[in-house]
Each structure stands twice: as C-alpha cells, then as structure tokens.
Ligand binder design. Sequence first.
Ligand SMILES: *[C@@H]1O[C@H](CO)[C@@H](O)[C@H](O)[C@H]1NC(C)=O
Length: 319
Amino acid sequence: MADIEQGNQTSITEFILLGFEELVDLQIFLFLLFLVIYIVTVAGNILIVVLIVADQHLHTPMYLFLGNLSCLETCYTSTILPRMLASFLTGDRTISFSGCIAQFYFFGFLVTVECYLLSAMSYDRYLAICKPLNYAAIMNNAICSQLAAGSWLAGFLVSIIIIFLMSQLTFCGPSIIDHFFCDFTPIIKLSCSDTHVMELVTSMLTFITTLPPFLLTLATYVYIISTILRIPSTNGKQKAFSTCSSHLIVVTVFYGAIMIVYMLSASGMDLMMTVLYSVVPPTMNPVIYSLRNKEIKAALRRLNVWTLFTKNNMFVFLP
Ligand SMILES: *[C@@H]1O[C@H](CO)[C@@H](O)[C@H](O)[C@H]1NC(C)=O
C-alpha cells in the first residue's frame, strides 16, 4: 500500500473529541445522566456475573453465555463512558492518538464478540425449544465452552486486522473528531492517506464476519417462533416463549439500535442516535433479565446481598 511508503509522518499526536460540544450549558446535567447510566450498567452487569458464578442452579449453557455477555457489556461501557464523563467534568476534550486507537480497538472487538455470543445464545435457545430431546446431547459443557471461546477469538482476530490496517494510515490534521468516542468512520475521515483500500477491506471484513452470526440469529428465531406457534396449548406456548423472551429482547435491542443508526448515518449521523447504540444496549441487558427472568430473580433472593440492594433503592432489580 502506498500509505506505508509515506513512513511515520504522523504529525498528529492527539485528537479532539467534540462530543456534545453544542450542549455547553448542559454539561453538568449530561455528566450526572451518563454517570447514573454508567453506574447502573456496571452494577447490574457485575451483579449478573456474580449471581451466575456463585449460584450452582445457573450453571447451564444459557446462563454461562449470559455471564459472558454481562462481562462483555461491562467492558464495553467502560471503553466509552468514563472517557466521556471525564470530558464533561473537566472540559478537556483531547485524546491521545494511541488512546483513540485503543478505544476503537476495544469497541470493535467487543461489538464483534457480542454478535457471536448473541448467535451462540440463540442457537442454544433453538436447541432447547425446537430440539428438546437432543438438547443435552448437543449443548454439553465442551460445546458451550467452545462456542464462548470461539466468540471471543473471532472478535479478537477481526479487530486486530482492522487495527493493523488503521495503524498504516497517516494523519496530518485536522484533528477534530465530531463524535463522542473514536469510532471507525470519524477516524478514517481525518486521515490524509488514501483510505479507499482500507475502507473496502474493512467493509468486506465486517460484512463477512458479522453477517453469518446475524443470519444465524435471525434463522433460529424464525424456527423458534414457528415452533412455538405450533404448540397447541396456550400454557405450553407461554412456557416455551418465556425461556427465550429475554434473549429475544436483548437481540432486538442490539440489532435494532445498530440498524437505526446505520440507516440514519446515510443521512448524516445524529449524535444522540449514536448514544442509542453505544450506550443503551448494555444498560438494557441486566434490566431485561432481572425483570423478566424467574431463575435470575430466584437466584437474587438466594443471594444475601439482595437485601443490601433493596435497601440502596436499586429499583431496577425489583421483581
Ligand atoms: C463464559 O463461558 C464459559 C464457557 O461456557 C464459562 O466457563 C464461563 O464461566 C463464562 N463466564 C461467565 C462470567 O459466566
């Protein structure tokens, strides 16, 4: 690539993340709002991980995947929100070049892992609902661990390639990113190298790696829903649906948010809309599972810190 020949001319050592600059009067309000979102997200997801690790009843594939997902969501919000909170508080909007690349790396890594984990979870629900007799034979501990490990590995490999390509780019100014975190498109726009090849490779890579898990998730839900509709009794229908409804909501929120943003980005990205897909889904996950899932609620009651949380008004976890 021609970019490499230009050598290490990077004259920019830091970027400026504009973020919500136009909302200058609201900085304190935004700080408090996102601080609450951050605390609720991290506390909720860590609580789910603790419940799943500590409670023997929850050592089944569905909950082990959920534990992985909650770990992931904790890391995910932590790549975006603390940096954002700091800039609301201090007004300092600069981020170093390597900090920016690291932020994008973790963001891309975790989003890819999430795609794969969600599809592993929907495959698990597909087996439980459509192939109940073979479930235990197919979804054993080894397969479950392999699917989880495979998800993390896939995310790691995809994002390492993209980061490698990105590290070949030269940035010679301007350095202003009109966004609240270092996302792919805003960084690429600032490069003075020819980014066509890079953009093409990245689009293809994203397409090849995220389309299969998405299609798998979609296909399993088509099967699951048509199987549930064929169950004769209303009671049986409800019972089958309740085992996959939490996951279906989480999947819908995740892909729904990405699709809304994707469609809007064609007509110019709205910052508030980006918040939708980068900040909201991780928050929803524990709320959905704690509100809807009987076994999680039962595990919460078995765990003694339950009383501690109700005393502290963690209202989201109330049954
Ligand atoms: C993630 O999944 C693996 C494999 O199933 C499991 O052993 C591990 O406990 C899970 N992690 C969490 C935090 O649930």
